[in-house]
Design a protein. Structure first.
Length: 536
């Protein structure tokens, strides 16, 4: 969304691997050796456990964390995010910002699609411009809505011309610019990535089979430009129940999963057959309120509900979550302000700690002093959300609000969010792929994203918000920090979103294997062939 929302337990990193989104880092100088196991032997098959149904192999129609994890193995992006959170070469071996509205990307030569045809600048240009086509109806279209024109030319170059200057565009090539074959995609503007059509990419793996109901099986692309991966076959297997998934890891049925239930971390770390790694996700759990619909059009209602969130109990997931008072993910805020300044800043924000008296006082000021009845739809695949919803529902009874939880299958719930209808109050986690708040803020606030296939679930916008979002497109340095602070302060005061907590993402890995890189916030975006190696 937009972010990698959790329709199970991940936003590719939603990982979070949501989430959570961007492709792995691979420099022009990286060789095939980086993908070999430590013993130099190949791995015949590696099985990932996922809890939700992947919707599409195409980001335009599957902009969710589960789908992203599979897309990441199949499709290269023009740029990548490295382990340090910085941009790295991808299909583009170099790039430059020619002027405030012009970016030029030099496309790597010698790259081929799975069918053996060469990647051309025209393919690369089309892969971005297709998100602007109304016939495609891309879920990722919002992120490139400022693009005026994408042209191929020069010495294997692609030029992107923006409608107006935007610093925010810098990371977009790593986020949504997946390279697909133009002639193949043009034949399937609405069903590219479906089980019957599949896709045509350049990544280290090709599709052997794909079904939203059963997952996917990928086979190695032996002619991958970045070096032949050590793993021959990767299977993404759906196991909807997290505890069943844990038992599958314990029994060796699943080699790895990024859907570790951090609220029960000890159950996972106790598995002798597996190792468990944790890192802070680039995401946040939050409540959203449609400020254009009753009763959430009343700020006092939103504040009252905020005071009934028992963060102390919600953040007790064995040290793997911390209370959040900003809707911006912790890694993004820390990158922008520095960890110490981020802590000082959030301390100044209006807070809605659990306080029944304050909640009653706020509700008394509202148009609904005697309370009301409402439903709270949520992804039934997300066990963490279920616990939060039950806790909140019980708490709200104390101030006269009857909240009825409404679990919905994850894929249907995600579809409803994208439809942008009957939003009311929602609860979700969203994970992002870049260290820049300019990725998240335009996505969750402002008029431009308050419509179908966009992610302003609150429909919140004001003149100051619109100005702030406009300033965010050009502001850098201290000015950018101040713009973000102003926006976040207004959101904390008006509560279109109620942040709940930041969370860790966990990776469980069979001890037959080891991590080839240090596990951290940006490691969760790495491809399997980069992340995993065999022990011994």
């Amino acid at each position: 969304m937009s972010p990698r929302i959790k329709a199970g337990r991940l936003a590719c990193a939603v990982l979070a691997l949501s989430m959570v989104l961007s492709a792995c880092g691979r420099d022009a100088g990286e060789s095939a050796d980086r993908s070999k196991s430590s013993s130099g032997t190949e791995i015949d098959k590696f099985t990932w456990g996922i809890t939700g149904e992947p919707t599409s192999l195409d980001i335009a129609h599957g902009f969710d964390g589960v789908s992203a994890q599979i897309q990441n193995e199949l499709l290269d992006t023009v740029l990548d995010i490295g382990l340090d959170g910085k941009l790295k070469p991808g299909i583009a071996e170099s790039w430059t910002r020619k002027d405030p509205t012009t970016y030029v990307y030099t496309i790597r030569k010698g790259v081929k699609f799975w069918d053996g045809s060469p990647v051309t600048p025209e393919d690369v240009a089309y892969s971005l411009s297709r998100h602007l086509d109304e016939k495609v109806a891309s879920q990722a279209g919002f992120f490139v809505s400022n693009v005026k024109e994408v042209t191929a030319g020069g010495d294997h170059e692609v030029t992107v011309t923006l409608k107006k200057p935007s610093v925010n565009f810098e990371y977009m090539p790593s986020l949504v610019w997946q390279v697909v074959k133009k002639s193949f995609a043009e034949k399937h503007p609405r069903d590219l990535g479906s089980p019957t059509v599949l896709t045509m990419g350049t990544g280290p793996y090709k599709v052997k089979s794909f079904s939203p109901a059963s997952g996917a099986i990928l086979e190695r692309n032996d002619h991958y430009w970045g070096g032949k991966p050590a793993i021959k076959t990767i299977q993404f297997k759906i196991i909807g129940d997290v505890e069943t998934l844990r038992l599958a890891v314990q029994g060796g049925e699943i080699d790895a999963t990024a859907y570790v239930d951090v609220e029960n971390a000890r159950r996972w770390t106790a598995i002798r057959e597996a190792q468990t790694h944790f890192a802070r996700a680039n995401g946040v759990y939050y409540l959203s309120f449609d400020v254009t619909a009753k009763p959430y059009d009343d700020v006092h209602v939103r504040r009252a509900i905020g005071h009934m969130v028992d963060r102390a109990s919600l953040s007790a997931a064995e040290g793997r979550t911390v209370s959040a008072y900003s809707v911006i993910p912790e890694p993004q805020l820390n990158t922008l302000l520095g960890a110490e300044e981020a802590t000082r800043f959030t301390a100044t924000l209006p807070k809605y700690d659990f306080d029944v008296a304050k909640a009653r006082a706020e509700l008394a000021k509202s148009k609904y002093p005697n309370g009301f009845e409402a439903e709270l739809p949520y992804s039934g695949d997300d066990t963490t959300v279920k616990k939060v919803v039950q806790n909140l529902s019980q708490n709200l009874k104390q101030i006269g609000i009857t909240l009825t939880p409404k679990p919905i299958p994850g894929d249907k719930w995600v579809a409803q969010l994208y439809a942008h209808k009957d939003l009311g109050m929602q609860i979700l986690s969203a994970s992002y792929s870049t260290p820049d708040p300019g990725e998240m803020l335009p996505d969750v606030i402002g008029a431009a994203s308050a419509k179908p296939n966009h992610f302003n679930l609150s429909n919140y916008t004001t003149p100051t918000i619109e100005k702030g979002l406009s300033d965010l497109t050009t502001a850098t340095g201290a000015q950018r920090q101040q713009v973000v602070k102003s926006i976040v302060t207004e959101l904390a005061d008006q509560v279109p979103y109620q942040p709940l907590y930041y969370f860790d993402t966990g990776l469980a890995l069979n001890r037959t294997y080891a991590l080839a890189v240090e596990y951290g916030t940006w490691a969760v975006t790495q491809r399997t062939s980069v992340l995993i190696k065999r022990v011994g």
